[in-house]
Design a binder for this molecule. Structure first.
Ligand code: ARG
Length: 296
């Protein structure tokens, strides 16, 4: 079986120098930029080690000076079946990243990691942060609101030829779906209800049985723990409240905490610091599948 593959961006040029979401704290970063950069580099290395420790392979790309948020590659593309759909960012602070990510995908294609890539046209779409593949149910959960446009739902579905389920977001604080929504390998969904519109919550309840829905608390969401990477029974996340860790342990998950404080100062954590490169639409032989009753 192939190992799960991820893209991460070297954090050498990471900093918090502007504010495009309510979590961003340029003041806190610049109080001691040297110590902040050192802590960011340690957090990044620990996250990479946690992914590798859980069986993942990490491809790294370089960052670019003046484009600090390149360290969040989940926002740069949606990847499925070895095809990448490259993002269009809404904020001018991030649009400069697009050509560097296009070059990175060209490189990944040349290396045989992916087969094809294209950039989404005609709407804003901020990558796998707002288009989350549900491996058990076999469709994309697609967020829209502060960043990705509602039109991106159809554009993502068309490019991959897969079904999409739209979950409009309710607030600026939870501006990407990955800040408030995380499918786990056993079919559960860890999510933060206040971040979704009433319509999105109704859609979720239609699609997912109540025993599979795990509600994150205010504290869990504010600690960026919903922005997690799940690999089998391991759930890699920013330092969780003890109660979340215990609730996930009851369901058989082993939480792997990583101190990602320097990235939370930018409004991001484990999931958005990574981009999964090897997801497949059809189940891989030997991989755990979703019980038939829950497949939408
Ligand atoms: N500062 C970045 C931004 O606002 C953080 C992105 C984090 N990504 C995420 N999917 N939550 O765009």
């Amino acid at each position: 079986m192939t190992r799960p593959a991820f893209l991460m961006t070297d954090p050498a040029h990471y900093q918090v120098s502007y504010q495009i979401n309510p979590w961003m704290r340029p003041d806190a970063w610049s109080a001691d930029p040297v110590a902040s950069a050192r802590a960011a580099s340690v957090g990044w290395r620990n996250l990479k080690a946690a992914l590798e420790g859980a069986g993942g392979v990490v491809h790294t790309m370089g960052g670019v000076e003046g484009l600090p948020d390149m360290v969040f590659p989940a926002n740069a593309a949606v990847v499925l079946d070895r095809k990448a759909l490259v993002a269009r960012f809404r904020s001018p602070e991030r649009t400069g990243e697009e050509r560097h990510f296009l070059a990175a995908f060209e490189d990944l294609e040349a290396k045989g990691v992916i087969d094809a890539f294209a950039q989404i046209e005609g709407c804003f779409q901020e990558g796998a942060g707002d288009a989350i593949w549900d491996a058990g149910r076999r469709f994309f959960w697609v967020g829209s609101g502060p960043r990705s446009s509602p039109e991106s739902v159809a554009a993502v579905g068309d490019y991959f030829g897969e079904a999409t389920v739209h979950l409009p977001l309710a607030s600026d604080r939870y501006y990407h779906l990955d800040t408030c929504f995380c499918p786990l390998s056993g079919g559960e969904i860890l999510y933060y209800p206040p971040a979704l519109t009433q319509g999105a919550r109704a859609t979720l309840q239609e699609r997912v049985s109540p025993d599979k829905l795990i509600e994150a608390t205010d504290e869990d969401a504010a600690a960026f723990c919903v922005n997690a990477v799940c690999l089998g029974e391991k759930v890699i996340m920013a330092q969780p409240p003890a109660s979340l860790r215990a609730r996930l342990a009851e369901r058989g998950y082993d939480v792997v905490p990583v101190d990602l404080g320097p990235y939370m100062l930018s409004g991001g954590a484990a999931y958005c610091m990574t981009l999964r490169l090897d997801l497949q639409s059809s189940p891989v032989a030997g991989a755990p599948t979703q019980p038939a009753a829950l497949v939408a």
